[in-house]
Design a protein around this ligand. Structure first.
Ligand code: DP6
Length: 344
């Protein structure tokens, strides 16, 4: 007897960044954040979980390679979901005692600032919740794996509410609009480097919380206003406003990294060149047609409308003759979804 469940989830790109935790254990953020979830098939993670009585110990495979299960966040997610299943009495005790084999695959660079952990944990908890048949807020469970993962549980534009409770019960994500609300929106992902980042998000944000005065200012004075303005821009499909806020928030996040002590940085010369090119292009167009944003890595995500994709893509290919420029179509993903479940 074995039970296998498979789920997929997509990468999300933050337009108002999450940076800084108020609780490291529960992964509770200092501020609300907003992101867009990409198409399922383009940049996604796929996870299968198999439970069988003859698996001797829990196993984890990442892109086909066996990796250690000795990962605190992975264990937290599994234990939490099993605890909920025990409380809800939805599966029998014997099934809960079986070990699991988790196989996860990404079709994009892991840990290069392309939110691989977000997609990875979003589909891991979706698959585990399905395996143990629990009724729970998947977003909150995904958050225990990686903060940004709670947003990949939904498609379209998503807000992660920081919440205020100590137990994290109100720190959850919700959809602002479905992807169909703004069907012309496109994202170009420019892979500047696909190496693992030198300062992980968790370590970087801890250092920022401990040392950056700019982060305090950002959390108190900038983000609350930006979140409201961003939601209005998204709902009103105001690309100019959306783009300006996205770029300013990305720049402020990277300024916080430099304001931390000791400082750290994710952007490279190529990243800065992309920033300059986009501002020059918008200036020549006499309107903002493209917005860049960078997470904890040098890779750029460009937001633009479908009508402008051919011209911008030609420009990028002309200025950066041999980059790995992937064209990511659309933002059309309803939610991290269970793909197939079968019992043998
Ligand atoms: C820059 O979610 O990777 O991408 O919660 O420690 O796992 P942990 O951090 P993570 O941080 C993402 C930071 C960011 C901004 C964002 O996605 O909002």
């Amino acid at each position: 007897m074995s039970v296998i469940v498979t789920a997929t989830a997509s990468v999300n790109i933050a337009v108002i960044k999450y940076w800084g935790k108020r609780d490291e254990e529960l992964i509770l953020p200092l501020n609300d954040s907003i992101s867009a979830t990409l198409d399922t098939n383009v940049m996604c993670a796929r996870t299968s979980v198999c439970a069988r009585p003859d698996i001797e110990e829990n196993e984890m495979y990442l892109n086909g390679i066996k990796t250690s299960f000795d990962n605190k966040r992975l264990q937290t997610c599994l234990n939490k979901i099993k605890a909920i299943a025990t409380l809800q009495k939805v599966v029998d005790k014997e099934f809960l005692s079986w070990n699991v084999r988790i196989c996860s695959e990404n079709n994009f660079p892991t840990a290069a600032g392309l939110a691989s952990s977000a997609a990875g944990y979003a589909c891991l908890v979706t698959a585990l919740a399905k395996l143990y048949k629990i009724e729970s807020d998947i977003s909150q469970l995904a958050r225990l794996g990686s903060g940004s993962a709670c947003r990949s549980v939904f498609g379209g534009f998503v807000r992660w509410h920081a919440g205020g409770k100590c137990d994290g019960s109100d720190s959850t994500a919700s959809q602002i609009v479905q992807s169909t609300h703004w069907p012309e929106m496109r994202v170009l992902v420019l892979v500047v480097a696909d190496k693992k980042k030198h300062t992980s998000s968790s370590i970087g944000m801890k250092r920022s919380v401990e040392s950056s005065e700019l982060l305090k200012y950002r959390v108190e004075h900038c983000v609350p206003r930006r979140v409201d303005e961003m939601i209005n821009a998204i709902k009103g499909k105001d690309f100019q406003r959306f783009a300006e806020l996205t770029m300013k928030d990305s720049n402020q996040f990277h300024a916080v990294c430099l304001d931390s002590y000791p400082p750290f940085h994710y952007l490279t010369n190529v990243s800065y060149k992309i920033i300059d090119v986009i501002h020059k292009y918008n200036e020549i167009c006499k309107e903002t047609r493209v917005a860049y944003t960078f997470d904890a890595g040098p890779n750029a995500c460009l937001f633009l409308l479908e009508k402008d994709v051919p011209e911008v893509l030609s420009l990028i290919k002309y200025i950066f003759p041999s980059p790995n420029t992937d064209y990511v179509r659309g933002l059309d993903v309803p939610k991290a979804e269970e793909e197939n479940t079968f019992e043998t």
